[in-house]
Design a binder for this molecule. Sequence first.
Ligand SMILES: NC(=O)c1ccc[n+]([C@@H]2O[C@H](COP(=O)([O-])OP(=O)(O)OC[C@H]3O[C@@H](n4cnc5c(N)ncnc54)[C@H](OP(=O)(O)O)[C@@H]3O)[C@@H](O)[C@H]2O)c1
Length: 298
Amino acid sequence: MGDAQNPLEGRRPLALAAADVFQANALAGKVAIVTGGGTGIGAATARQLGRMGANVVIASRKAANVEPAARGLSAELGRDVLGVVCDVRDRAAVDALVAAALARFGRIDILVNNGGGQFFSPAEALSPRGWDAVVNTNLTGQWAVTQAVANGWMLEHGGAIVNVTMLSHRGFPGMAHSVAARAGIEALTKTVSVEWASRGVRMNCVAPGLIASSGFRNYPEGTFVLEDLARRVPLKRFGSAEEIAATVAFLVSPAGAFITGQVLTVDGGQSLWGDSWIIPDPEPMPTVELPTEWWEEE
Ligand SMILES: NC(=O)c1ccc[n+]([C@@H]2O[C@H](COP(=O)([O-])OP(=O)(O)OC[C@H]3O[C@@H](n4cnc5c(N)ncnc54)[C@H](OP(=O)(O)O)[C@@H]3O)[C@@H](O)[C@H]2O)c1
């Protein structure tokens, strides 16, 4: 069949050339906001997107995180990096973040909702304040930034959003508040990616497994032995912040142009095997008796 008879003729996008996928400046001329971009996964992501040519805006609560990271990345890239102090739980601060990004760079093509956090607690011991803090940050806060960026720029001009979540599809014992919030973000992503597809906005999630980053310093000493946790990962190691950054970069780049509404798990196989929360054995353990078939009974 010749091309003239092909019903997809004229609607088929040109195949991406290798240079479009891997070129050093794949994000040149783009502008990216990275929340939590002053530390760990967010800082690695801001750096990765900047190295691919994007102008970067780093945002989080503490000036002590935002300012040195913005200064350091700016020095490395040799161009302006904007640092904005913003608590994603504060809608006025979120609106100010979007306004500041537009005022400095004139557009917002990429949003990485990475700012977040949680603490270990048995579900029954979670205080209302602890629950609210985690859900307001990891669910409502991520959505607040998304909605502000969408209404402020992307719904008119298109864009790509990546939400950094966590392994949620088997639940996450010990983190009921955070997994509920992250599962909410993943459901939101599947929903909004469809609503906004015709507006040229893509939205995906990256669900990291165990990543050796600053986030682990937030847990009290002795919460876990890192080497023991690494044993529970089929690849027998933690991931790096750079490996998450590379995945985010792939999704927002031309290479990810046909991917939307997905959750990409980056966990060395952890979610397919093993456990990270040990359920205590009862004493004594129930005995296991295998039943005989009825026709074998006397
Ligand atoms: N490391 C892992 O193994 C792992 C696994 C699964 C998921 N994650 C998730 O990946 C993300 C990055 O984690 P990480 O390991 O890089 O830890 P991290 O260094 O603690 O990063 C969290 C970042 O979020 C910012 N943040 C926290 N609350 C915020 C708020 N209300 N508004 C704005 N920014 C806020 C923090 O900066 P400020 O304190 O300055 O606000 C910080 O930069 C987090 O959402 C984390 O839960 C990490």
